[in-house]
Design a protein around this ligand. Structure first.
Ligand code: ADE
Ligand code: ZN
Length: 345
């Protein structure tokens, strides 16, 4: 099996650009943290909890996801959560992650902003020191809440900016998409831009192509998270190709949340072959049945992706990252060496 596609994927160096750290909370850890923090869960066992992970749409997932996050209480909890993800990512040969976190999910429950930052940051700094791995943080606003709430969240986080300048690189937008268009956050994104943050937004997951247009034109995002509904708009597709605007696509998420009914119908391969800068990501791996390599493998199998295409997806992940150009070149050289070595065998 040395030459199987799975082995090829396993060894590919890659970056993950769409990962909600709260979405990496495995049922086992949810139970352990609930016990540690004296919180009652409405499930009798890990198996019962896992069995509840049947979603009809994004909102049905978000309801469980926000409820599950309630077990995260202390700095140590956020550290443990992040470190568990890092260990899993290292297994998948992930070299770099730009992870999302949702402070409003925690501050609304009375958890201090500083607790959230400190735990995630301690794990990422340790991971950087001990491994060939780097991580940075993108703080997301919950789009079902108001723009004023986002402003308040930004203000509260800015007090910590200097302390986490090595890690906190960007601002994102997530949660229930339909009915919460990007325009709702135009002012706060303008402020984030002015402050020098990278900006990204979920758009075109469940929402229409118009939301992708406004994420680009109103929020001035540098990447679109998901973006799979872009295919419904030919003009938009040409624009994405012309701009080489990265899409952080999450195939198993789209399957679990019924954005597609069958992975064989997913447009990842069509968009890649059309010249869109698509990347593969895991979104909320604890809920959607797979980390990054599982997303690569399932997509390769369902869509017939060959090694050249898989290598292109890995290349896109490094190119679309917010890392320094010199660092990107190191990863890209490593990727080329890996692919050349593999094909020469
Ligand atoms: N928050 C966590 N996962 C999400 C997703 N797939 N879409 C929107 N918000 C999210
Ligand atoms: Zn997401």
């Amino acid at each position: 099996m040395k030459n199987s596609l799975h082995d090829f994927i396993q060894g590919l160096p890659k970056a993950e650009l769409h990962l909600h750290i709260e979405g990496s909370l495995e049922p086992e850890m949810m139970f352990a943290l609930a016990l540690r923090n004296g919180i009652a869960l409405p499930y009798a066992s890990v198996d019962e909890l896992r069995a509840a992970y049947e979603f009809g749409d994004l909102q049905s997932f978000l309801d469980l996801y926000y409820a599950g996050a309630a077990v995260l209480q202390t700095e140590q909890d956020f550290y443990d959560l992040t470190m568990a993800y890092v260990q899993r990512a290292l297994t998948d040969n992930v070299r770099h992650v730009e992870l999302f976190f949702d402070p409003q999910t925690h501050t609304l429950r009375g958890i201090a902003m500083s607790t959230v930052f400190a735990g995630i940051a301690r794990a990422l700094r340790q991971a950087r020191a001990e491994n060939d791995f780097s991580g940075s943080m993108i703080m997301c606003f919950l789009r079902h809440l108001s723009e004023q709430d986002a402003f308040d969240t930004l203000d509260a986080a800015l007090i910590l900016r200097e302390q986490y300048a090595d890690l906190w690189i960007g601002i994102g937008l997530d949660s229930g998409e339909v009915g919460n268009p990007p325009e709702k956050f135009s002012q706060v994104f303008a402020r984030a831009h002015a402050l020098g943050f990278h900006v990204v937004a979920h758009a075109g997951e469940e929402g229409p192509p118009a939301y992708i247009h406004s994420a680009l034109d109103v929020l001035n995002v540098e990447r679109i998270d998901h973006g799979v509904r872009a295919e419904e708009d030919g003009v938009l597709m040409q624009k994405l190709i012309r701009m080489q605007m990265p899409l952080t696509v999450c195939p198993l998420s789209n399957l679990k949340l019924c954005v597609v009914t069958d992975l064989r119908q997913h447009n990842l391969a069509r968009m890649l072959r059309a010249g869109v800068c698509v990347t593969v990501n895991s979104d909320d791996p604890a809920y959607f049945g797979g980390y990054l390599n599982a997303n690569f493998s399932a997509s390769a199998e369902a869509l017939g992706l060959n090694r050249t295409e898989l290598a292109q997806l890995a290349k896109n992940s490094f190119c679309a990252s917010f890392a320094m150009p010199e660092q990107k070149q190191i990863w890209l050289d490593e990727l080329v060496a890996y692919v050349d070595g593999y094909l020469a065998e």
